[in-house]
Design a protein around this ligand. Structure first.
Ligand code: SF4
Length: 265
């Protein structure tokens, strides 16, 4: 989540709506998701075949020029996925994991409310709610918006929320993705007939699919993050997070950001 990466970036981008050109990584993320939409449409139109190579070449052509691992990994993963999905679109996509795609096309979201008022008792602890009530005199009710890439049905009828991720992968990435996915769990849960018990993601940079049960400590981490999120909104105080590579290479606010200006001195 952008808020977790840098609160100041979140504030300037989401609240102040400072327009900024898309960074290369953002453009890549957009292309990645558009490619997936095209893929799903082609599968539905029966335009993809059962031939891995043909599908790989088709998907590779959807992606921009660039002979790098990430582009190839996306094309590889999607070619494999296209065959699995094409065989039986609502049957397990990854047979070894026994998952079933139920919302794999953004069209499904037209009847799917992605703007919800989250239940604060889910996303905050009792202590946090008490503090907001007693110290700040407010109920932190807020409309939270989010769309998860896919939702799978687990073998036992419960659900798994899923994301396709671009960008670099480091030791903290899994923990950030977990929080993001659990955030989505709380957004989509009221609209599903069974609970969300698992989370999963594909990380293009690693060409890796991961699925796991939701752990209690991940929910606690998300709640702590949401506390900071509400607190920043309520107090209008936003912290900076400096990380050399991200700030210098990916953040489009780096020209105005005084933290990075200080580091450059
Ligand atoms: S340059 Fe770094 S510290 Fe400044 S807004 Fe961007 S991410 Fe935050």
């Amino acid at each position: 989540m952008m808020f977790e990466r840098c609160q100041w970036k979140y504030k300037r981008t989401i609240i102040d709506k400072v327009s900024q050109p898309e960074s290369a990584i953002m453009q890549f993320g957009t292309i990645y998701h558009e490619d997936r939409n095209d893929l799903v449409n082609k599968i539905k139109e029966e335009k993809l075949t059962d031939n891995y190579e043909e599908n790989y070449n088709y998907i590779r052509n959807l992606l921009p020029e660039g002979d790098d691992e990430i582009h190839n990994s996306i094309a590889k993963a999607e070619a494999e996925r296209s065959i699995n999905v094409k065989k039986t679109i609502y049957k397990p996509v990854y047979s070894e994991r026994k998952f079933e795609t139920i919302f794999c096309d953004p069209k499904y979201f037209k009847d799917y409310p992605n703007m919800v008022t989250a239940n604060i008792t889910d996303i905050l602890t009792e202590g946090h709610i008490k503090e907001f009530n007693e110290v700040y005199g407010i109920d932190p009710v807020i409309n939270i918006h989010g769309v998860t890439d896919e939702i799978y049905r687990n073998d036992d009828g419960t659900y798994a929320v899923f994301e396709f991720k671009t960008g670099s992968f480091n030791s903290g990435t899994s923990s950030k993705i977990r929080k993001e996915l659990i955030f989505y769990k709380f957004l989509v849960s009221p609209h599903l007939d069974q609970p969300v018990t698992r989370i999963g993601y594909h990380y293009a940079a690693k060409d890796q699919y991961s699925f796991e049960d939701i752990k209690k400590r991940s929910i606690t981490s998300l709640k702590n993050l949401m506390y900071k999120f509400f607190l920043a909104h309520i107090t209008n105080k936003w912290t900076f997070s400096y990380y050399w590579k991200f700030c210098n290479e990916y953040c489009n606010l780096n020209k105005e950001c005084r933290i990075i200006t200080n580091y450059r001195r």
